[in-house]
Unconditional design. Structure first.
Length: 193
């Protein structure tokens, strides 16, 4: 096992007495809220939204995008667990802005090893083999943060499994200031009707 694995297990053992206070939390989130946001390790969505454990569903993926799986989770959150408001929160300085579908497909076609990036772009650091399969995936990269929030709220709002009475708010988290910035166009599109 790795040192990180050992540290995670030790931290979990330290957490057990603290967790006892959360054992009785019900499965549905108490504030009936779901948040779709990015998996970026710098983000702590409970803290930057002022939410607490048990109050909201937090759905995370690369970019906080409205992928099929994110929509699946949102629909389950509503249909089976009663959420009534959804937040789509992207963030500044997102890694999904640093590449395109074509760059990712090219990198994967050459090698499956971790790539590196510098001022001139992304580079493979390992030898092959790679796989051409990366060309068949939409990596949901981001060119413009506000526009991507609008696109995701629009996709969720127009999905046939999403009820019209759920408000969907579109925001961007600023990683330099910690402030949530509303994307008015997205929130207007996501308004409940």
């Amino acid at each position: 096992m790795s040192k990180v694995y050992d540290e995670v297990i030790a931290a979990n053992n330290d957490y057990l007495p603290v967790f006892r206070e959360f054992i009785s939390l019900p499965m549905p989130p108490s504030l009936h809220v779901a948040v779709l946001t990015c998996m970026d390790a710098r983000l702590d969505p409970l803290r930057f939204t002022g939410l607490d454990l048990g109050e909201a569903h937090i759905i995370r993926n690369a970019g906080g995008r409205a992928s099929d799986d994110a929509i699946r989770s949102l629909v389950i959150s509503y249909k089976l667990l009663g959420t009534k408001e959804w937040f789509v929160i992207h963030h500044t300085d997102c890694g999904m802005q640093t590449f395109t579908n074509e760059i990712m497909a090219d990198l994967l076609s050459r090698s499956l090893k971790t790539a590196s990036v510098d001022a001139s772009g992304w580079h493979d650091t390992g030898d092959g083999p790679g796989s051409p399969e990366g060309a068949f995936i939409n990596w949901l990269t981001i060119r413009d943060q506000a526009q991507s929030v609008v696109e995701d709220v629009t996709r969720i709002r127009n999905h046939p499994l999403v009820p019209r009475d759920i408000p969907i708010y579109g925001l961007i988290f600023d990683v330099k200031s910690g402030k949530l910035l509303e994307v008015p166009e997205a929130t207007a599109i996501g308004a409940a009707s």
